[in-house]
Design a protein around this ligand. Structure first.
Ligand SMILES: O=C(O)CCC(=O)C(=O)O
Length: 425
C-alpha cells in the first residue's frame, strides 16, 4: 500500500481551499489580532506577538507547529522560529520517531520542506532599475512597485553626511558622551526604526535635500509640476542587541485605506523610500507582495476598516489573507542611492535580516538607513489642508505618507505650540 504522508496545516499559513469553517476561523483570528498587531508593539508579551497574524517572520523562539498525518494518524512537528537547519532536522526526526524506518524516511523530506517553507516565506529579488517613464508606469501597474535612481554619488555622499550630522546632533543633545549608535537607538522608534524622536528631522537639511532631489521624478509620475510633498522622516533599522533582542519589523499592511472613500481608491499616492545604505538579506527591510495592489478592495472588504485611528490610512493585512495565497513575499535588494516606489495599495512589511545574526552588545549597528518621500498633485489637497501643512512646516511637524490627505501630524520638535494653536491642549 502506498503510504500517505499529508501535511494538513502549517500555522495558518496554509488555508484549506473552500473550507468555509476554517476560513471563518482564520478571519476571526485575524480580526482579533488587529486589536494588537498594528505596528507590533514591544510592550506586548512575546507570546502574543508569536500569534500575530500579520508579521511575516515571527520573532525568535516562538513555538511553531505543523500537523501532519501518516496513514490516518495525526502527528506534529514542533520547533521554534529562528531554529537552524540542525534543530529543524532534529524536530522532524522527533516527529517521525517510532514509525517504521521506511515510513519515517519517506515522511522526513516533505516535512522538512514544509517546515523550512513555513519559516522562509520571504524570497529575495534585485529588481531592474528603471529610467524610462513608460517602464516605471508599467511596473507600477503590473507589480505595484518600481526601483529608480534617486541620488548620484555626490548627492548620496551629501545625504550620508547629513544623516551623520543628524545623529551627531542627537549625541550633542544627550550631552553625556553618548555614542552615535546609542543616540540613534534613542531617536528611533523601537519597532519601525522611524526617527520620530530626532529633533526637527522632518524639516531638517537631510529630508529637504532628498525631497529636492526626487521632486522631478514625482512631477513626471503625475505629469504635473505642481506637487506637494509629505513631511515624512528617515528611518534606521537597527540590529537586535543582547539588551534589546526584539528585532525591528512591521506586520503586513497597505498604505491606503479603501474605506476612506474615493480619495484612497485607485492609484492615489505612490510612496517613495530612498535608500541611504543598501537593502539586502543581511539588512532586512522592505518586503512586498507583487501585484497585491490589485487586491486592495477585496482585502479591505473582507477585513473591514481595521485602521482604528481616525483618519489613518494604514490597514493591517493578515499574512494568510486569501487574496495573497500563492503570491510570493519578496525582499527587494536595492543599492544605496536608489528609490523604491510603491503603489500605496500594495501589501508590504518590514522584516528583520533573513540570515540569523549574533546579538551585539551595546547599542548595535544600523542595518539599513532610508528616508520616505511622497509627492502628489497639489490640486488634490483641500485649501484647509494646504493651510494646515503651512503651519506644520512652521512648527516643524511631520506628517505620514500622504501629502495631500493626512490627518496625522507628528510633533518632531515640540507639540506644545501646535496643540495650543489647534486648541488640542
Ligand atoms: O521601511 C520600510 O522598508 C517600509 C516602511 C513601510 O512599511 C511604510 O512606509 O509603509
Amino acid at each position: 500500500m502506498r503510504r500517505r504522508v499529508a501535511v494538513v496545516a502549517a500555522l495558518g499559513a496554509l488555508r484549506a481551499a473552500g473550507d468555509d469553517a476554517r476560513l471563518a476561523a482564520a478571519e476571526h483570528r485575524a480580526k482579533h489580532h488587529f486589536t494588537h498587531i498594528w505596528y507590533a508593539d514591544r510592550e506586548q508579551a512575546p507570546s502574543e506577538l508569536c500569534s500575530s497574524a500579520n508579521l511575516l517572520r515571527l520573532p525568535p523562539s516562538c513555538e511553531r507547529a505543523l500537523a501532519f498525518e501518516v496513514d490516518g494518524t495525526a502527528r506534529r512537528v514542533r520547533w521554534r522560529s529562528g531554529d537552524g537547519d540542525a534543530a529543524l532536522s532534529a524536530a522532524v526526526a522527533d516527529a517521525v520517531a517510532g514509525l517504521p524506518a521506511d515510513v519515517a524516511a519517506e515522511a522526513s523530506r516533505p516535512l522538512l520542506d514544509a517546515v523550512a517553507g513555513a519559516e522562509a516565506a520571504v524570497a529575495t529579488l534585485a529588481p531592474p532599475v528603471l529610467a524610462d517613464a513608460a517602464a516605471i508606469e508599467r511596473a507600477l501597474d503590473e507589480d505595484g512597485y518600481a526601483v529608480v535612481d534617486a541620488l548620484d554619488a555626490e548627492a548620496l555622499a551629501e545625504a550620508t553626511e547629513l544623516f551623520d550630522t543628524l545623529v551627531a546632533g542627537e549625541v550633542e543633545i544627550a550631552g553625556h558622551g553618548e555614542t552615535p549608535a546609542c543616540a540613534l537607538r534613542r531617536a528611533a522608534d523601537p519597532v519601525t526604526g522611524l526617527l520620530t524622536n530626532a529633533e526637527r528631522v522632518a524639516h531638517g537639511p537631510l529630508m529637504w535635500h532628498l525631497r529636492r532631489r526626487v521632486a522631478s521624478r514625482f512631477q513626471r509620475l503625475w505629469d504635473d509640476d505642481d506637487v506637494v510633498t509629505s513631511f515624512d522622516v528617515p528611518s534606521a533599522l537597527l540590529s537586535a542587541t543582547s539588551d534589546d533582542p526584539w528585532p525591528m519589523q512591521t506586520g503586513l499592511h497597505v498604505d491606503a485605506n479603501w474605506h476612506r472613500g474615493e480619495s484612497q481608491r485607485g492609484r492615489r499616492a505612490v510612496q517613495g523610500m530612498i535608500l541611504l545604505t543598501a537593502q539586502d538579506r543581511r539588512s532586512g527591510g522592505l518586503v512586498v507582495v507583487p501585484g497585491s495592489h490589485r487586491d486592495h478592495e477585496s482585502i479591505a472588504r473582507r477585513y473591514g476598516d481595521t485602521s482604528k485611528a481616525a483618519g489613518a490610512w494604514l490597514a493591517p493585512v493578515p499574512r494568510d489573507a486569501p487574496e495573497l495565497d500563492g503570491k510570493p513575499r519578496v525582499l527587494l535588494e536595492v543599492e544605496a542611492g536608489r528609490m523604491v516606489l510603491w503603489d500605496s495599495r500594495l501589501a508590504h512589511a518590514v522584516v528583520p535580516p533573513l540570515d540569523p545574526r549574533p546579538l551585539d552588545g551595546g547599542c548595535g549597528e544600523t542595518l539599513r538607513a532610508a528616508a520616505y518621500v511622497c509627492m502628489t498633485p497639489r490640486k488634490w489637497a483641500s485649501d484647509a489642508w494646504v493651510d494646515t501643512r503651512w503651519l506644520a512646516f512652521h512648527q516643524q511637524l511631520a506628517t505620514g505618507h500622504w501629502p495631500h490627505f493626512d490627518s496625522v501630524l507628528r510633533p518632531v520638535v515640540t507639540c506644545v505650540e501646535f496643540n495650543h494653536w489647534f486648541g488640542w491642549s
